[in-house]
Design a protein. Structure first.
Length: 107
């Protein structure tokens, strides 16, 4: 469901970063981590930085190797603000929900 939602939003990501800025997959990984934050009812970004029992889930969902460093919490926070201000996060969660609802997963 996340892959489908991210494909639908690919054009949105192009406007988030200036040419020569961070790669788009940074935004995709952060949206995936935000989804984990919601699903696991974590109160802060620090709870999904991959340093606790969520490490396997963060690695799997965000497309990282198990020994990859996830990110610094300030990177997460600053980019989260950008994703929310650009309404990309809301569109992502709506697309994930609609994809899940259409497949019978949200019932």
């Amino acid at each position: 469901m996340t892959d489908t939602a991210l494909r639908e939003l690919s054009a949105e990501f192009d406007g988030l970063y200036a040419a020569g800025g961070r790669p788009v997959d940074c935004a995709e990984r952060l949206l995936r981590a935000l989804l984990l934050q919601v699903l696991y009812s974590r109160r802060s970004e620090r709870a999904v930085d991959g340093r606790d029992e969520l490490q396997p889930a963060v690695s799997l969902v965000c497309g990282l190797e198990m020994d990859d460093e996830v990110w610094d919490v300030t990177v997460f926070t600053k980019n989260r603000e950008r994703l929310i201000a650009g309404e990309v996060a809301q569109k992502f969660f709506t697309a994930v929900f609609e994809t899940g609802a259409g497949s019978g997963c949200a019932e």
